[in-house]
Each structure stands twice: as structure tokens, then as C-alpha cells.
Design a binder for this molecule. Structure first.
Ligand code: ADP
Length: 258
């Protein structure tokens, strides 16, 4: 509908504005080399979804301007699906940048509530099952019974989502396992893949802001997911670790006090 288009255009404009802000942010803090690198990666990442968005919006606008009785519904539906997917991608990028700004100004606050981690994990995994099936790979959940504790639901969801997104993205299409275990005081979340792995010299950098394993740049991404993940885990009083062998896979482990 016209309202959807206006919303999508508005979002695209806001994303462009945020990109400007992100650039200013980096300019104030980073060396020229890092700034240029960030600029090129961030512009590329934000621009990639914008191009198909603009094309679909143009074509939908042309169709409506022709004043044709009706645009065939499947055409509209498929165009809008593209718009929706790309807007989701943009908003994930923008949310990542917003989280980084929250973290650096100390505004990442937790809203704790009693939670069953196993239940939350089941929700997250079922959300992933469509993407995973399309990508021809499986995500399975193995959990103990008592996984209760007091955490921020949205933030823990974000941690699981980030780790599973990476396991699928860098997992070479092989099965991914999410394993939950715990003792009286802690729960342990492990996400295991059998994908490309990470070279030992990059293991520290990947948890840093905008930190990526350089050789994998063609996978796309801003290098914010693990930085945000670590901040969320640490603000819950927990820890995150990684064990990885290049060419064999990775295991990310999060320990959270209950
Ligand atoms: P992004 O995926 O957007 O680059 P992340 O912060 O989520 O950002 O990850 C940082 C980097 O860590 C990635 O660029 C990639 O090099 C590496 N990485 C993360 N998860 C995995 C994984 N499961 N297997 C291999 N490499 C990974």
C-alpha cells in the first residue's frame, strides 16, 4: 500500500541519516585507516539493501502512476516481500549501530525478569528453522530441564540470535547445535558449528567493536554482533569464550549466572 511505501522510504532515509551519524562517530574516535575501512564496509552494508529497495519502490510507483485498474497481486506481493526483507536487514544494521552507541554511552541497561532459557531457546530455534531449511542445514537444540534464571529476555534472545546467525553464516551449510546445560549457580549456552572456523590470531579481535576475521570480508557484515553479544553477557555478570579450528568449526560458549 501507499502507507507501506512511505514507511519504507522513511526508513531508508533514516538509515542514510544514521550512516552519516555513524561516520561522524567514527571520525571522532578512530585512526584515519580504521575510519576509511569502516566507512567502506558500513556504506557497502547499508547500501546493499537500499538498491533493491529503491528498484522495487520505483517499479511500484510507476505501476500506480499508470493508473492501471489493478497491479496483479502476485507482482505486488513479491515486490513487497523484497521491500520487507531489505527493510528488515537495514533495521538490523541500524539497531546494531544504535546498540553500539548505547554501549559506549553506558545506556545499555538490563530489564531482568524470571526466564526459562530452554523455552526461550526453543522459540529462537523455531524462528531460525525456516532460514536454516532454506539454506539446506539444520539447527538442533539439546537442553537440560531446569534452565531458569533472571535475565533480560530481549537481550538474551539477541545473544542466541547473534550466535546462531553466525553459526549459519560461517557454518558452511553443516548442522548447527545449540546446547544448554547448567549447575545451581550458572547456565551454559554453547553454539557449535562445523564451518570455516577462525584463525587463532583473530580470536580476540572478533569480540572487539567492528572486529572481523579479515580474510572473511566477502561474507558481509559490520563486525558488531559479537561485540554486542559480549557486552550483553558481561553486563549480566557472565562470560563468553570461543574455541575454534580453521576449516573444522567453532564453538561459542556463554556462561550466565542465574
Ligand atoms: P559480522 O558477522 O557482522 O562480521 P560478528 O561480530 O558477529 O560480525 O562476528 C565477527 C567476526 O567473527 C566475523 O566477521 C567472522 O570473521 C568471525 N565469526 C563469528 N562467528 C563465527 C563462526 N561461527 N565461525 C567462523 N567465524 C566466525
Amino acid at each position: 500500500t501507499q502507507a507501506d511505501l512511505t514507511t519504507a522510504q522513511d526508513l531508508a532515509r533514516r538509515a542514510a541519516l544514521l550512516l552519516d551519524n555513524a561516520i561522524l562517530y567514527r571520525e571522532a574516535r578512530q585512526s584515519v585507516l580504521l575510519r576509511d575501512e569502516f566507512l567502506s564496509i558500513a556504506s557497502h552494508e547499508l547500501k546493499t539493501p537500499l538498491t533493491p529497495l529503491q528498484l522495487r519502490l520505483q517499479s511500484l510507483r510507476r505501476e500506480t502512476q499508470k493508473g492501471l485498474p489493478a497491479i496483479p497481486t502476485p507482482v505486488v506481493a513479491s515486490q513487497l516481500e523484497v521491500v520487507q526483507r531489505q527493510v528488515a536487514k537495514l533495521s538490523a544494521l541500524v539497531n546494531g549501530l544504535l546498540d553500539v552507541s548505547r554501549i559506549s554511552s553506558g545506556r545499555l541497561t538490563l530489564d531482568r525478569e524470571p526466564l526459562d532459557l530452554a523455552e526461550l531457546a526453543r522459540d529462537v530455534v523455531s524462528r531460525f528453522s525456516v532460514t536454516a531449511t532454506q539454506a539446506g542445514c539444520a539447527v538442533s537444540l539439546i537442553t537440560q530441564d531446569d534452565m531458569r534464571g533472571s535475565w533480560d529476555r530481549l537481550r538474551v534472545d539477541q545473544v542466541l540470535t547473534n550466535l546462531l546467525t553466525n553459526a549459519l553464516k560461517y557454518g558452511a551449510g553443516k548442522p548447527v547445535v545449540l546446547r544448554l546445560s547448567g549447575d545451581e549457580a550458572h547456565v551454559r549456552i554453547a553454539v557449535e558449528d562445523s564451518g570455516i572456523g577462525i584463525a587463532p590470531e583473530h580470536l580476540t579481535r572478533i569480540f572487539e567493536r567492528f572486529g572481523r576475521a579479515v580474510s572473511e570480508r566477502h561474507y558481509g557484515g559490520l563486525g558488531l554482533g559479537l561485540y554486542i553479544t559480549r557486552q550483553i553477557v558481561e553486563s549480566h555478570g557472565g562470560e563468553v569464550h570461543v574455541h575454534s579450528t580453521p576449516g573444522q568449526g567453532s564453538r561459542f560458549e556463554v556462561v550466565l549466572p542465574r
